[in-house]
Design a protein around this ligand. Sequence first.
Ligand SMILES: CC(C)(COP(=O)(O)OP(=O)(O)OC[C@H]1O[C@@H](n2cnc3c(N)ncnc32)[C@H](O)[C@@H]1OP(=O)(O)O)[C@@H](O)C(=O)NCCC(=O)NCCS
Length: 337
Amino acid sequence: MTTARDRWEALAQRDAVRVAALDPLLDPRAATRPGSRDDGGVVLEDARGVVLGLARQAPAASVWTAPRGHSLSLARSADHAAEEVDRAVGEVLDRWEAEVLLPDREAGEATTVASVSVSALDDDVVAPLVARHFGRAVVLAVRRVRDGDAEEPAQARAGGGVVVRPATTADAGAVVAATVAVHRADRAYGFVPWLADLEERLADGVAAELGAAPGWTWVAQRDGAVVGVCQVEPPDRAAWITGATTAGPAAYLGLLHVDPTARGAGVGRALVASAQARCAREGVATVLLHHAAASPRSAPFWAREGYRPLLTTWSRRPAVRPAVRPVPGADATGRGT
Ligand SMILES: CC(C)(COP(=O)(O)OP(=O)(O)OC[C@H]1O[C@@H](n2cnc3c(N)ncnc32)[C@H](O)[C@@H]1OP(=O)(O)O)[C@@H](O)C(=O)NCCC(=O)NCCS
């Protein structure tokens, strides 16, 4: 007997052809996130069988994600007009809210998030998401490593007495401080959670990364003080994300931060140039990174440095929309009974 999960797997596989045609750099599985059949999940379908969704729930994977995350992957059958897709995606989103999110008693808490990740070029799903209060939260961006990248650092030296050099384990404190600063900056834009023990939680991982991947972290120094940090996970340490692109080997730029007093003078660009030069020398084909979609600091900067959106995560926080009008028969939370 064919189960709903079987139909989801089959449709996701067929839809991969459409997604690949939209953007040859995106591996369609980054949007459908195939798991094993027994990793749970609820399959949701619109009345005419145009769109299927797989709803899953997961606790925070890292300090960068909400403590309680609901996600929905979408796949559609071929050859439907944009209006039909709009209607069908909307229906699946509404069923998700009614059948999965509302029954989760915690889904109204600010620490929960409902997310849908789609190809950045998948225009047809945007209107039904916006209509249901989803915002473009996080972008996975990509840039192909170019022939000239290996030469850049010498020309891209930051001015004002700033020197870029590879970090050592003695820079661990500066790397943690930079990571905390980016975490704080992204909290408002990227649905990053507030964590009282953030510094402690980061300290071990940062030190381990510096030791495990020497030469893949850079600091910008001015008058002996670190004013900027950039860290890259080389391909063999970035397997958790590099499958998102068809153009491997890919590296993941996990951190870039420039002290507010040193911004606007080319420090960020010099750090990125050093990172890209190492990537070029190591035969890396693409560099991936996440940034908060709405951040006026990071989004325009990355576009200027040649990165463009690959996968967009649309999010709503809290996962369930608060009722804004009194509903007859509503309970104290404002939700219908
Ligand atoms: C993003 C950030 C690293 C940029 O560092 P920076 O040293 O100020 O950047 P640079 O001076 O090297 O800028 C390089 C180019 O980008 C432009 N640029 C930098 N920030 C920009 C912004 N917010 N909007 C538009 N352009 C910007 C610069 O004008 C320059 O272009 P130009 O040479 O053509 O004039 C810094 O603002 C920062 O640390 N922000 C907070 C953390 C963050 O957002 N990190 C990225 C997280 S993914």
